[in-house]
Every structure is written in structure tokens, then in C-alpha cells.
Design a protein around this ligand. Structure first.
Ligand SMILES: *[C@@H]1O[C@H](CO)[C@@H](O)[C@H](O)[C@H]1NC(C)=O
Ligand SMILES: *[C@@H]1O[C@H](CO)[C@@H](O)[C@H](O)[C@H]1NC(C)=O
Ligand SMILES: *[C@@H]1O[C@H](CO)[C@@H](O)[C@H](O)[C@H]1NC(C)=O
Ligand SMILES: *[C@@H]1O[C@H](CO)[C@@H](O)[C@H](O)[C@H]1NC(C)=O
Ligand SMILES: *[C@@H]1O[C@H](CO)[C@@H](O)[C@H](O)[C@H]1NC(C)=O
Ligand SMILES: *[C@@H]1O[C@H](CO)[C@@H](O)[C@H](O)[C@H]1NC(C)=O
Ligand SMILES: *[C@@H]1O[C@H](CO)[C@@H](O)[C@H](O)[C@H]1NC(C)=O
Ligand SMILES: *[C@@H]1O[C@H](CO)[C@@H](O)[C@H](O)[C@H]1NC(C)=O
Ligand SMILES: *[C@@H]1O[C@H](CO)[C@@H](O)[C@H](O)[C@H]1NC(C)=O
Ligand SMILES: *[C@@H]1O[C@H](CO)[C@@H](O)[C@H](O)[C@H]1NC(C)=O
Ligand SMILES: *[C@@H]1O[C@H](CO)[C@@H](O)[C@H](O)[C@H]1NC(C)=O
Ligand SMILES: *[C@@H]1O[C@H](CO)[C@@H](O)[C@H](O)[C@H]1NC(C)=O
Length: 459
């Protein structure tokens, strides 16, 4: 089904969760304010709401709206001056009843609409184009199928738009949303205020390699662009350089077959760059690692992508660095210790070599250097770090003795994989005092000595 390795979808989904959560937190607050201001619902709006409720089909009956109360206080309804301006029907197990003539499309003052996490199972009505006041439209996992209508282009006030279809992961045969087959670019053409666009798992094959040119010329204010698994073609168009506000770019799981353009290093607000499993090749521009705002980099599962680390500057924001299954090579510079906020470093299955510097990274939780050509001794600092929960150094050329764990009590280490090296000598007893250790793997080394099983936590 999906070629994207789980970790990357996880990250993109995590970034989306942050968006969803912030909306969820905002909406109840706003409706409380509306109630406090004593805004009573206009009767026209009230009857539209009841009409809408009557036409929708629910799988499980929702908590009923109390007809004796002001409709502006109803669950999911937000008003301004008695008019419905926000409607949150997310996760209400709606399974049908959304037709082109639905009363939903008569809420002409509607600014925010959330229909996510339902299963409408019908084509997306073109009447969505009537909701011209909308600034935020969330149709993530709403179950609409078929083409995204061209009428979307009338929603020229949109700031955020979410069409993500992650249910695909659970139901791989679910029908897809897709961009309009012949005139896909028209749907997005006039959405010039758009800042956040999520199209994950929408079939965009009709967009060919034009997506970059179209989005960069039509959507100049884009901050967040996520298009995981959209069947996009490459190369990455050079006009994307014009999206100066871009902070998140997630294109993982698309067959881009492209080099990574150097201009990505010039986005002044870039925080997330997720390009895993894109068939990238050529040399990864080192400047990207030095972008001061950058927090998440994932270019893993691009076996032909080459590159090496620069000297890392101070005050770098990197937290998550994922280069697994690439052709990155060379050493890890000592300046990696400038990445004070680094929590995940995954360089596995690549071509790094040389000895590993002493890590002084107090926030490092996840370290995977497996299946490279690292040599030398295992740096003793690794076994001193209290923050680390996972260390995988397996299948390298480390030699010498295992260092001791000098302070076992604060250690959170759960996974320790050191197999497939040239380690020798005794296994330090302190390993068996690590309270949280649940996986220990040391095969294919020359370790010897004795261990006292009764003193271990592995019983
Ligand atoms: C909305 O529809 C549901 C299910 O059809 C029903 O149980 C509920 O009472 C309706 N609410 C109102 C306010 O009409
Ligand atoms: C949408 O707008 C068109 C043109 O303004 C109008 O004819 C149509 O009735 C509207 N649809 C709905 C469902 O309100
Ligand atoms: C809305 O359209 C559906 C079919 O698309 C039809 O069955 C229904 O009668 C229409 N309702 C109104 C009020 O026009
Ligand atoms: C959505 O509904 C369709 C048909 O009504 C059903 O086949 C499908 O399994 C449902 N999907 C989910 C995610 O519940
Ligand atoms: C698509 O665009 C072509 C020309 O580019 C036009 O002739 C056609 O009417 C458009 N189709 C729709 C559905 O707008
Ligand atoms: C976009 O806006 C322009 C100017 O308002 C208009 O001429 C054009 O028809 C619109 N395009 C679409 C696809 O709605
Ligand atoms: C490396 O990534 C490629 C492309 O996604 C994949 O086909 C291959 O199985 C991966 N190799 C390993 C060892 O994970
Ligand atoms: C890093 O940040 C600190 C505090 O914000 C500042 O004092 C220092 O000059 C910065 N260092 C560099 C190399 O930018
Ligand atoms: C590191 O993280 C802390 C806390 O999250 C934050 O205050 C600080 O600015 C970050 N440092 C850098 C260089 O991004
Ligand atoms: C690391 O690999 C590079 C080639 O990628 C080679 O030039 C260098 O000598 C190697 N260094 C070590 C210490 O093996
Ligand atoms: C480590 O173990 C302690 C109890 O032994 C437990 O409370 C804690 O949650 C564990 N920490 C982690 C990160 O698993
Ligand atoms: C363990 O191996 C080392 C050489 O690698 C050897 O000097 C030592 O005597 C061995 N110890 C035991 C207990 O076998």
C-alpha cells in the first residue's frame, strides 16, 4: 500500500496533530465568548442548522442539540451577531446526507468549517464553492471521494485548507480524493491568501510536474505545504524558491526523482523539511543543515542521495535528524555538539565512517548509527548520557572494550544494540544495573567474561 516508512508519516501526522489540536482548543473558547456576549441565534440560522441536522445521516446519534436553548450555544456552533460563523462537526460519525443542495451551503457568513473524521462517502459537492467567507476548511479524513471541484477556486478567503486522507493507512482500498483531472490548477488558482495546505494522500498524479510552478505562482503566502504520498512527479520546480514564507515542506513518499535544490537553504523560516522516500539523488546541499530555524530534517530512504555533514554552527535548532538509508558519508564532526536541542539522530544504513566524537548532547533520546562503517572505540560519553533511551551501534567496525556505565541510576536506557562489531573483553556489570533496559543485543563480537544472571533485570 503505502511506500512511506511509518516514522515519516508519523512526523507529518504529528505536525498536523498540532494544527488540529490548536483548532480544537480555540473553538470551545470562542463559543464560550459568544455565549457570554449573549448573542442569540437568528431564527433563519437556527432553521438552517436544524435542517442540516435532519438531512445528515449519523452512524451513532450525536448528543442532541437542546432546542430550548440559543442555537449559538449548541455543540460545535459559533456565532457572531447571531450568525453562524463557525461549525465544527468533526468526528460525529456522519456517514451521508451531504448533497449539493445541503443547507450547509447557505451559511453565507461561515468562516470556519470542520467536517474532519467522518465518512461522507460521496463526491465532494461543488456547492462548497458557495461558502465564500470561509477562512478555514478542514476536510481531513472526511471520506469525500472523487475529484476536488473546480468551484473550490471561489473560496478566495481561505487561509488553511486540509484535505488529508490518512484513513488510507488503515483502509488501503478506500477511494481517493483526487485533484481535477483536466483542470486541476483552476481549483487552487485564486486561493491567494492560503497559508496552510494539506493534501496528504490526495491523488495528484494529474498535476504531473506542474504542481511546483502552479503553487508558487498562485499561493504566494504559503507557510505549510504537506503532500505526503500524492503521486507527485519531479523534479522540484525552481519557482518554488518564491515561497518566501515557507516553514514546513513535507513531500515524503512521492516519486520526485530529483536532486534537492539549493534554494531550500534560503527559506528564512524553514522549520521542517520532510523528503523521505522521494527517489532523491545527487548531493544534498550542506547549507540546509545550517539554516538557523530548521528543527526537523528527514531525507531518509533515498538510497542515491549523497552528502556529508558541515561544521554545525552554534544556536542551531535541529531536534530531529533522520538520514537513514542514504548514501551520506564521511565523519560526524565534533561540532555536532552545537546541536544542543537534538533529540533524534538516525544515520543508520548509510556510508558514514571514522570515529564517533564524544557526544555532549543532553537532550539526545534516540541514537541509531547502525549499519555504517564507524570505527574506533565506543565513546564513553554515550554511556554517561542520562537522556538516551535507545542506542543502536550495531553492524559497524567499533573495537575495544565496552565502556562502563558510571551512573546507572538516572539512566533511561531501554534499548542497547551493539552486535556485529569487533568489541572484545568483558561485559561491564553496570549494564545489568540499568533499571529501564529491556533490550540488550551483543552478538557477533568477541566479548568474553562471565555474567551473573541472578543480578540482572532480565528474568
Ligand atoms: C439531530 O439529528 C439526530 C439524529 O438524526 C437527532 O437524534 C437529534 O435529536 C437532532 N437534533 C436536533 C436538535 O434536532
Ligand atoms: C450556490 O450558489 C449558486 C449561485 O450563487 C446558487 O444558484 C445555488 O443555489 C447555491 N447553492 C446552495 C446549495 O445554496
Ligand atoms: C437535494 O438533492 C437530493 C438529491 O441530490 C434530492 O433527493 C433532494 O430532494 C433535494 N432536496 C431539496 C430540498 O431540494
Ligand atoms: C465508509 O463508508 C463506506 C460505505 O458506506 C464503507 O465501505 C467504509 O468502510 C467506511 N469507511 C470507514 C473508514 O469507516
Ligand atoms: C478546462 O479547461 C479548458 C481549457 O483550458 C476549458 O475548455 C474547459 O472548459 C475547462 N473545463 C472545466 C470543467 O472548467
Ligand atoms: C480567478 O480570479 C480571476 C480574477 O478574479 C477570474 O477571472 C478567474 O475566472 C478566477 N479563476 C477561477 C478558476 O475561478
Ligand atoms: C532503502 O530505501 C529504498 C527506497 O525506499 C527501499 O526500497 C529499500 O528497501 C531500503 N533499504 C533498506 C535496507 O531499508
Ligand atoms: C547564541 O545565542 C546566545 C543567546 O541567545 C547569544 O548570546 C550568542 O551570541 C549566540 N551565538 C551565536 C554564535 O550566534
Ligand atoms: C532549544 O529548546 C529550548 C526549549 O525548547 C528553546 O528555548 C531554545 O530556544 C532552543 N534552542 C535553539 C537554539 O533552538
Ligand atoms: C571515509 O570514507 C571516505 C570516502 O567516503 C574516505 O575518503 C576516508 O578515507 C574514510 N575515512 C576513514 C577514517 O575511513
Ligand atoms: C524507567 O523506569 C521507571 C521505573 O523503573 C519508570 O517509571 C519510567 O517510566 C521508565 N522510563 C522510561 C522512559 O521508560
Ligand atoms: C577475554 O579476551 C581477552 C582478549 O580479547 C583476553 O586477554 C582475556 O584473557 C579474556 N578473558 C577471559 C575471562 O576469557
Amino acid at each position: 500500500m503505502i511506500r512511506t516508512p511509518p516514522a515519516f508519516s508519523w512526523l507529518c501526522n504529528f505536525l498536523m496533530m498540532i494544527n488540529i489540536c490548536s483548532t480544537l482548543i480555540l473553538l470551545p473558547l470562542l463559543s464560550l465568548q459568544a455565549a457570554a456576549a449573549g448573542q442569540s441565534c437568528l431564527s433563519h440560522e437556527r432553521s438552517l442548522l436544524l435542517q442540516l441536522n435532519n438531512t445528515l445521516t449519523f452512524d451513532l446519534d450525536p448528543r442532541p442539540w437542546d432546542r430550548s436553548t440559543d442555537c449559538c450555544t449548541w455543540d460545535g456552533v459559533r456565532c457572531e451577531e447571531g450568525r453562524v460563523v463557525g461549525l465544527d462537526l468533526s468526528d460525529k460519525s456522519i456517514i451521508g446526507g451531504m448533497t449539493d443542495n445541503s443547507s450547509l451551503f447557505q451559511f453565507q457568513y461561515l468562516k470556519t468549517l470542520d467536517l474532519s473524521l467522518n465518512n461522507f462517502s460521496t463526491p465532494m459537492p461543488s456547492s462548497f464553492g458557495n461558502l465564500t467567507s470561509l477562512t478555514h476548511l478542514n476536510l481531513a479524513d472526511s471520506g469525500f471521494v472523487g475529484q476536488i471541484p473546480i468551484e473550490l477556486s471561489r473560496l478566495t478567503n481561505l487561509v488553511t485548507l486540509d484535505f488529508t486522507t490518512t484513513l488510507l493507512i488503515v483502509f488501503p482500498r478506500s477511494p481517493l480524493l483526487k485533484v481535477h483531472q483536466s483542470n486541476w490548477s483552476m481549483s487552487f488558482q485564486n486561493l491567494t491568501k492560503l497559508e496552510e495546505l494539506h493534501l496528504d494522500f490526495v491523488d495528484m498524479s494529474a498535476a504531473g510536474k506542474e504542481w511546483g510552478r502552479v503553487f508558487s505562482s498562485s499561493l504566494p503566502n504559503l507557510r505549510v505545504l504537506t503532500m505526503t504520498g500524492c503521486s507527485l512527479s519531479g523534479p522540484i520546480h525552481h519557482s518554488l524558491r518564491n515561497l518566501h514564507s515557507l516553514s514546513s515542506l513535507c513531500l515524503d513518499g512521492n516519486p520526485l526523482s530529483s536532486p534537492v535544490p539549493r534554494f531550500i537553504a534560503n527559506f528564512p523560516r524553514l522549520t521542517s523539511l520532510i523528503l523521505s522516500n522521494c527517489g532523491l539523488y545527487g548531493a544534498f546541499p550542506q547549507e540546509i543543515f545550517r539554516v538557523p530555524s530548521l528543527e526537523y530534517v528527514d531525507v531518509s530512504f533515498n538510497p542515491l542521495l549523497q552528502g556529508s555533514f558541515p561544521e554545525f554552527p552554534q544556536n542551531n535548532s535541529l531536534q530531529y535528524l533522520e538520514l537513514s538509508n542514504t548514501s551520506f558519508s564521511g565523519r560526524i564532526p565534533t561540532s555536532i555538539n552545537n546541536l544542543a536541542n537534538l533529540s533524534t539522530l538516525d544515520l543508520s544504513k548509510s556510508r558514514f565512517n571514522g570515529s564517533v566524537p564524544n557526544f555532549m548532547l543532553t537532550k539526545l533520546v534516540y541514537l541509531d548509527l547502525s549499519a555504517n562503517k564507524f570505527t574506533g572505540l565506543i565513546p564513553s560519553s554515550l554511556f554517561k548520557a542520562a537522556s538516551l533511551e535507545r542506542i543502536d551501534l550495531s553492524d559497524n567496525e567499533f573495537h575495544g572494550q565496552l565502556p562502563d556505565f558510571p551512573n546507572v541510576s538516572p539512566s533511561l536506557l531501554q534499548y542497547l544494540y551493539l552486535g556485529g562489531n569487533n568489541l572484545e573483553g568483558p561485559i561491564p556489570m553496570s549494564i545489568f544495573e540499568l533499571k529501564n533496559l529491556s533490550y540488550l543485543s551483543l552478538p557477533f563480537n568477541n566479548l568474553n567474561g562471565t555474567i551473573q544472571l541472578e543480578s540482572t533485570p532480565f528474568q
